[in-house]
Write a protein that binds this ligand. Structure first.
Ligand code: SAH
Length: 367
């Protein structure tokens, strides 16, 4: 994976606190820092010129040394159900996706943490070409702010799900500072209880999260009731295993007191049978967790199928009969390819092109 990052001084980059040092170097008063932050987060400034209570000279100096935005919105799609999706081009030309979902009073965003993914889930569009690079913390924050600026003045973002492209816990060093901006009262002010990190299950990183910041909701993608099947579906599992993953998830639960979510993508005929449901119930062994079932969102060119409605119902019944909390993930934004990975893939294909366009379902609800 290439680690070369965009050569720009990004005002939204939270690590290092570049802006505070820049102000100090110029002997500018400390309150300017708070003012600028206010414009970025609460004021929804789109440019330095929007920061109207800063002296013009300061605005010009900022514009000379910093960039507020490092990305360009390459595509913006709206769906009838209120879902909006952005295909975002990064400074180095790479593309990622992020989504705004409207559900009642909820305004949920789904954000990406990497360009591509290295976890090797065989059914997922995001990882088909491996991982290109980690996003910077600033690029993660930038997605939040781009989506926030789609809302009318009287609406605020309420929830964040880290379920876009990439494996969040493989980029935890950038994710945590970005989420700190999301939760900060002088940032977006979103409670950590309304933020969910979805992971393929990387035990050392889950343990680190439990030690450093366990206020977030954790969703662990299982997709299989045993290692033999999971090794086939989620390639990285070969070097980890379900036992280790569940033990680290339990430690996170102990540290956080937050109910765990286990995600399970239902792949027609592959992992959606009654026997799989029974073994999943046994695997979860009475944990007070929520199982989030995700009917597969087909990826063109891949051999996996959406499960039949009857199979989904049977699967749910087995889990419910055993007292497991189950939720079926509702699909939103289908018409605009809101499932993550699809737009980027379609774009990659139009520029080079062997495989068919692909989809990667992310739209969560009720997590
Ligand atoms: N790397 C993280 C985030 C992935 S996206 C993780 O593994 O959890 C969030 C969820 O969508 C994951 O459970 C992922 O396996 C699932 N997913 C990926 N592609 C999908 C598809 N085509 N249809 C349905 N769910 C998919």
């Amino acid at each position: 994976m290439s680690e070369s990052l965009p050569a720009v001084r990004h005002l939204l980059e939270p690590t290092g606190d570049d802006l505070r040092r820049w102000l100090l170097e110029r002997s500018l008063p400390g309150f300017r820092y708070a003012q600028i932050r206010h414009w970025i987060f609460a004021g929804r400034a789109k440019s330095f010129d929007d920061m109207t209570d800063l002296p013009k000279s300061l605005r010009e100096a900022l514009a000379a040394d910093f960039r507020l935005w490092t990305t360009r919105v390459a595509e913006h799609k709206h769906s009838d159900d209120g879902t909006e999706k952005l295909l975002v081009e990064l400074a180095d030309g790479q593309q990622i996706e992020c989504v705004l979902l409207r559900d009642g009073a909820r305004r949920t965003i789904c954000i990406s943490t990497q360009v591509g993914c290295a976890m090797g889930c065989v059914f997922c569009a995001s990882g088909l070409n491996g991982v290109e690079r980690n996003l910077t913390a600033g690029e993660i924050v930038e997605q939040m702010l781009l989506l926030d600026r789609l809302l009318p003045a009287d609406e605020r973002l309420s929830h964040i799900v880290v379920m876009g492209m990439g494996e969040p816990l493989a980029n935890v060093d950038r994710l945590l500072p970005a989420l700190a901006e999301a939760t900060s009262p002088t940032g977006l002010g979103i409670s950590a209880r309304r933020i969910t990190i979805s992971t393929v299950g990387l035990p050392p990183a889950i343990d680190r999260l439990a030690r450093e910041n366990c206020r977030f909701n954790l969703a662990v993608s299982l997709h299989a009731p045993d290692d033999a099947l999971r090794n086939e579906l989620v390639r990285v599992n070969k070097s980890i295993g379900l036992g280790e993953i569940l033990r680290s998830a339990d430690r996170y639960f102990e540290a956080s007191g937050r109910r765990l979510t286990f995600e399970y993508v239902l792949l027609g005929g592959l992992n959606d049978q009654v026997d799989h449901a029974r073994r999943l119930t046994a695997l979860l062994g009475g944990r007070s967790a929520l199982v989030n079932l995700i009917p597969y969102n087909p990826v063109a060119g891949l051999p996996y199928r959406t499960p039949s409605a009857a199979a989904v119902n049977r699967f749910v019944e087995v889990l419910r009969a055993a007292g497991v909390n189950v939720q079926i993930r509702e699909r939103k934004g289908d018409k605009i390819d809101a499932a993550c990975g699809q737009l980027r893939r379609a774009n990659l294909l139009s520029s080079n092109s062997t495989a068919g366009p692909a989809v990667h379902q992310v739209a969560p609800s009720g997590l």
